[in-house]
Ligand binder design. Structure first.
Ligand code: ADP
Ligand code: ZN
Ligand code: ZN
Length: 800
């Protein structure tokens, strides 16, 4: 094999095909599919992925690969194939897909070096100060570029682009005794009496039966200076080497080992078909539908155990937000150091280390957020997606894939089960389970038959009519006070999405909007400023209305800060912790807040979405939802589903243990079915109700969606292009497809750029994807030229 087919790192469709490059003799046998290489492309040298090796090409003049950028493949055969499929399904470029599969750390940076040729003349030797190469930067600094340029021209030197990994492997110095015990004893006798430290160290080695240890640790333990260790290395008592150090973010935690629990009848019934699939190596997708606390995680754990027993590996996906230490603890507790953890709160280097553990086959299980679905395991035995309904499994940037679909694709390849778990399955998944596409498994009871906590729905309009202007209903407030007295814990949940604090004039109704985006600005109390959450624009808080000059201009809505302030005023004795984006930006803050609360150092945990998941503390007996309907009115066909899911999830936080819990839901629309049915914890009825709404609206799961969004700073341009695209699509789909557009996007302007869209609802359209691809191909060159952007989202989750 002398020719490599390479996908080059130029994300535009014209180059989304393979290019052939000759493998120079010196790299013969070294270059393999799945490796990154540097190749010449036009006048530049760029990075690419080797897809396959071939013997012969019809292309006449082909160029040589410059150099390999990896020494082992970073993508295996399966992932390369998967990438092909993903690029097709998400209408994106292969190179973007490959990048999405790799840890961020490997999105390498180029560095330019100038290297002299072997037989270069002496002059160059002087310029480079006898070195083989010099960095472009240094050459620039030393003003050598013109001289070097001449050398390059005459073929005495070359420019080499190479990739600098942002996260380098971290190495640590370890030492290890390499002499026998009796030799050490002899040595102890022989050492002169003034070699006090050396004696001490040898004595320590003998007594502690020391194996390999980090040099610094040994010095500390034996209470000797570092120089003593060096002395013993010189004498051949210790050997020294560097080993790769993993920055294990959980290394300082001691996870208590747990053993499998005897399964309940329901759990056994759910387990059986899963084990069957594992044993017979037959792929099947299971929907494990079970209320919170019904023992789903225990089923995951025991299924994984079986997989490990068979010498295979497991991927567990958990929503980013739910990747709390508690969740990680359950897996580490069962499988110890066989578990790698991947999520975005780890530093880039930490993520890279965890990924390498997988690649080097040092772990059997990975627990991680969305992108962990690409874990480079080669003998996958199971993939589990917990809280499968979570929208964070859909990537909102290129490539816009859904982890569920990728997991199923990988499950097919590895002929292994995929388990989707949820208390509130997505309508899509539940519909598939009803049709028998997925295998439905149900856990209907909570462990120990603890019922779901009672939920009371409070109509906030009534409260207002009764003269209560506070953000707490009488009922909720009384219950919080009661919990304070009993020293039990309360969780208050504020759903802020789409409803943060905004400024409104009470006289004329003017709402302060961002001048660059069509969206109301958010009031930030801490900095006393108005901020736009879309473009970051900031401005002062107006004291009078810009429209009617009234000074009755006030902020409305609730932010967590405001709720906290009011709580402090009303209940000065309460100890409150707040968890939202503002308090959790620092690394580890999320964990610290939860630990603090768990340790009983606070009475009330107040937070956003973040606290809806994974909380499992015995002392929480009250959950309050401050305004349940804020999400309900968003222009999103999933608004009711999301509301239902969130309320059910939040309610599940109360009374999971011995103490009884209850839930209070405050709302301005108590009659809405999503709120009513969430209060009754009736998923089945919600599913039926919502399915009929979806049918009427021709939405998923009855139709598939494709959303094309056109963004341009010139309104006319945005509209015209969207119109052209809509017409083109119309001529490429059947009459059964429904085309909505061109219309303005729900947020018609962001950052001074107008947004127009065309939404396609379809069932079976064999030509649609190729038509969409043509659109990209056609507009892409223009896109880079005049600031036009076109995004194509297949099965979008973000409708804004
Ligand atoms: P879910 O994942 O559905 O929310 P979990 O697996 O977390 O449910 O189970 C809820 C609680 O019940 C946990 O504390 C768990 O340890 C316990 N549990 C699960 N299965 C069993 C079992 N078979 N016997 C006893 N306790 C169990
Ligand atoms: Zn006004
Ligand atoms: Zn803005």
């Amino acid at each position: 094999m002398t020719i490599a087919q390479v996908i080059v790192d130029v994300p535009s469709l014209g180059t989304d095909k393979v290019f052939d490059y000759r493998i120079p003799k010196k790299w013969d046998g070294m270059i393999q599919p799945g490796m990154r290489v540097a190749v010449p492309f036009g006048p530049r040298s760029i990075q690419g992925f080797v897809i396959r090796l071939i013997d012969h090409t019809d292309i006449g003049k082909i160029k040589d690969i410059i150099q390999p950028l990896d020494l082992t493949p970073v993508l295996n055969e399966e992932l390369l194939q998967l990438g092909d499929w993903m690029a097709r399904e998400t209408i994106s470029y292969k190179v973007s897909v490959f990048h999405a599969m790799l840890p961020v750390a490997m999105k390498a940076k180029y560095e330019k070096m100038i290297r002299k040729k072997d037989d270069a003349p002496l002059l160059l030797e002087e310029l480079l100060k006898n070195k083989q190469e010099i960095s472009w930067k240094e050459a620039e600094k030393r003003n050598l570029l013109p001289a070097l340029y001449k050398e390059i021209q005459s073929g005495n030197a070359e420019v080499i682009y190479f990739v600098k990994d942002r996260a380098r492997k971290k190495l640590k110095r370890v030492v290890e005794p390499i002499v026998r015990k009796d030799e050490m004893e002899e040595m102890l006798q022989a050492l002169p009496s003034n070699a006090f430290n050396q004696k001490k160290l040898v004595y320590h080695l003998l007594k502690s039966n020391q194996g390999m240890i980090e040099a610094a640790d040994l010095a500390k333990k034996a209470e000797v200076p570092a120089s003593t260790i060096k002395a013993l290395i010189k004498k051949g008592v210790l050997s020294e080497h560097m080993v790769e150090e993993y920055r294990d973010p959980y290394e300082h935690k001691n996870f208590e080992r747990t053993s499998p629990l005897p399964l309940t009848k329901e759990q056994q019934a759910a387990m059986k078909p899963i084990l069957h699939s594992i044993e017979h190596q037959s792929h099947e997708t299971f929907l494990l539908y079970g209320v919170t606390g019904s023992g789903k995680t225990e089923v995951y754990l025991q299924a994984i155990q079986e997989v490990i027993k068979q010498g295979k590996e497991a991927i567990v996906l958990v929503p980013e937000i739910a990747l709390t230490p508690q969740m990680v603890e359950r897996f580490k507790g069962r499988f110890g150091s066989d578990v790698a953890v991947l999520h975005s709160r780890l530093s880039i280097g930490e993520q890279y280390d965890e990924w390498r553990k997988i690649q080097k086959k040092e772990v059997k299980v990975v627990v991680g957020a969305r992108s962990a679905v690409f874990a480079p395991f080669e003998h996958l035995g199971i993939i589990i997606i917990d809280e499968e309904h979570e929208s964070s499994y859909k990537q909102e940037e290129i490539p816009r894939y859904h982890a569920r679909e990728v997991a199923i694709k990988r499950g097919e390849y590895h002929r292994c089960p995929v388990i989707l778990g949820s208390a509130t399955p997505s309508l899509e998944s539940f519909a598939r389970a009803q049709k028998g596409v997925y295998h439905l498994l149900t856990l209907s009871k909570r462990m120990n038959d603890r019922g779901m906590p009672p939920v009371s729905v409070v109509d906030m309009r009534e409260e207002l009519r009764g003269g209560n202007r506070s953000m707490f209903s009488t009922e909720l407030f009384e219950k919080i006070k009661d919990r304070l007295q009993k020293e039990e814990q309360t969780v208050l949940f504020l759903n802020r999405r789409g409803h943060s604090t905004f400024i409104m004039c009470r006289d004329c109704g003017y709402v302060m909007q961002c001048p660059h985006c069509d969206i109301s600005m958010t009031y930030h109390r801490s900095s006393s400023e108005m901020k736009c959450h879309y473009c970051g624009f900031q401005t002062g808080v107006p004291t009078e209305c810009p429209e009617c000059s009234s000074n009755h201009i006030r902020y409305f809505g609730m932010g967590t800060q405001k709720v906290e302030e009011e709580l402090v005023k009303l209940l000065p004795e309460a100890r409150i912790v707040r968890m939202d984006v503002d308090t959790t930006t620092r690394k580890g803050a999320h964990e610290r807040i939860l630990e603090h609360f768990q340790a009983g150092k606070a009475d009330i945990l107040l937070g956003t979405q973040m606290i809806a998941k994974g909380l499992d503390f015995p002392n929480i007996t009250l959950v309050g939802v401050l305004s349940a309907d804020t999400m309900l009115h968003l222009p999103d066909f999933r608004a009711a589903e999301k509301t239902f899911q969130l309320l059910t999830q939040v309610s599940g936080r109360a009374g999971r243990h011995e103490l009884l819990g209850e839930v209070v839901v405050q709302t301005y629309t108590p009659e809405h079915y999503s709120i009513q049915l969430a209060a009754m914890q009736d998923y089945q009825r919600f599913y039926n109700e919502e399915m009929s709404m979806r049918k009427i609206g021709s939405y998923p799961p009855f139709y598939y969606l494709a959303l094309v969004t056109v963004i341009h700073e010139d309104l006319l341009q945005a509209v015209t292009v969207t119109e052209k695209i809509s017409n083109f699509l119309k001529s490429n789909v059947s009459r059964e497809a429904i085309l909505l557009g061109p219309v303005a996007s729900p947020i018609p302007k962001i950052n001074n750029r107008y947004r127009y869209q065309c939404l396609i609802k379809y069932k079976r359209e064999p030509n649609l994807f190729s038509a969409l691809r043509k659109i990209l191909e056609h507009y892409n060159p223009q896109a880079s030229r005049d600031g036009l952007s076109i995004t194509i989202d297949i099965n979008p989750y973000n409708m804004m």
